[in-house]
Ligand binder design. Structure first.
Ligand code: TRP
Length: 353
């Protein structure tokens, strides 16, 4: 069977290091592994509009920002098809048919939707479009017959719901759609990188993100201001590493070669943690190390981003070509769906009889 990836991001801001360790890094690895026949990376502008209906300019501006972040991380348009969701109306049509296969109470149970409704104060009045976005996400995934969805943990309920839709569709209309699998990052710290303030999630509105496009000085200032363990006041105090953002970031970013280069007096992260726990290791030293590690990882990404910023017309061409390719694939799936649902009236002879 063809191995196919589909994944994507809402263009509501520049991408940050949470996106990077949670999904982007894995996408690039999978892209370069050669194990996939087709890779589709979608800029989910239509989904972004489900909770930004009044801010189309914000969504529009961030399409290029997200595309730049993709290219900066090493997504290669020769190997991955990068495209814009709203330019493919086939996805909207699929969504409309899938809506018949999902109940309101099922969407209400989706934990990611639940927490987003809370976060946006939508409790009193939820836009219908926003409420239905998990269904549109099933359309995104199935339109490309994706077998794998590399994404963060928050996307698990979406992929689960997609599988249910596929199952239901295939049962009712005959075997047509492909069931996807989510691919989560293998490193636990990468699954949910907290904000620099220690809050559970990095989010633009909380102002607690480190962006892939941040300059050296901004990264340093953010790392040095990071929330740690509030009871670790003096160097000699024993500290907590569990739930301590600085150590979660080190889990996600540091590798043995970083210790050799920047902190050779420690054998590795376990030894550093032990020292912190027993007391005698100050936050500043750990943060300086984290800063060195992050600078090393993010510098090449920022440089590549700058290079692409100077070639914006080429970036638009990449999006246009990717969108054309993606549209053809989605149209083929929609054609099969029409046939399965017996709504291919003018293509079937028995319609006239
Ligand atoms: N929900 C994703 C996000 O918030 C974007 C997205 C839309 C997506 N459709 C998808 C991700 C399909 C994976 C698969 O960034």
């Amino acid at each position: 069977m063809n191995q196919i990836i589909l994944t994507g991001d809402r263009p509501t801001g520049r991408l940050h290091v949470g996106h990077y360790v949670g999904s982007l890094k894995e996408r690039v690895r999978l892209q370069n592994s050669g194990s996939f026949n087709e890779i589709y990376i979608m800029i989910a502008d239509a989904q972004a509009l489900t909770d930004n209906a009044e801010h189309p300019e914000k969504v529009r501006q961030n399409i290029a920002q997200v595309a730049l972040d993709y290219l900066a991380c090493g997504l290669d348009p020769e190997k991955s098809t990068i495209f814009i969701q709203s330019m493919i109306p086939e996805l909207t049509e699929l969504t409309f048919y899938y809506m018949n296969l999902v109940t309101v109470s099922r969407v209400q149970r989706n934990p990611t939707v639940k927490s987003e409704i809370q976060m946006r104060n939508f409790e009193a009045s939820i836009p219908v479009g926003f409420f239905c976005y998990p269904i549109s996400q099933a359309a995104d995934i199935t339109a490309f017959r994706a077998t794998a969805v590399p994404a963060g943990e928050d996307q698990m309920p979406m992929v689960e719901q997609c599988k249910e839709i596929v199952h239901k569709f295939n049962t009712v209309y005959g075997n047509t759609l492909t069931e996807p699998l989510i691919m989560l990052p293998s490193n636990r710290a990468c699954m949910r990188l907290p904000g620099i303030d220690g809050k559970a999630k990095m989010s633009k509105s909380l102002g607690n993100c480190i962006y892939l496009s941040d300059e050296t000085e901004e990264i340093k200032a953010k790392v040095m201001s990071m929330f740690t363990n509030p009871n670790h006041l003096r160097v000699q105090d024993p500290g907590k590493v569990d739930g301590n953002p600085v150590f979660i970031y080190l889990e996600a970013f540091s590798r043995p070669e970083h210790f050799e280069e920047f902190l050779p007096e420690y054998n590795g992260l376990d030894e550093l943690k032990e020292h912190y726990k027993s007391g005698g290791l100050g936050d500043v030293k750990v943060k300086k190390f984290l800063n060195s590690v992050m600078q090393k990882e993010l510098a090449p990404i920022r440089e590549r981003r700058k290079m692409w910023e100077k070639r914006l017309p080429e970036v638009y061409d990449i999006l246009r070509a990717g969108t054309e390719t993606a549209k053809k694939v989605a149209a083929e799936t929609l054609h099969d769906v029409h046939h399965a649902m017996q709504i291919d009236y003018f293509e079937s002879k028995d319609f006239r009889r």
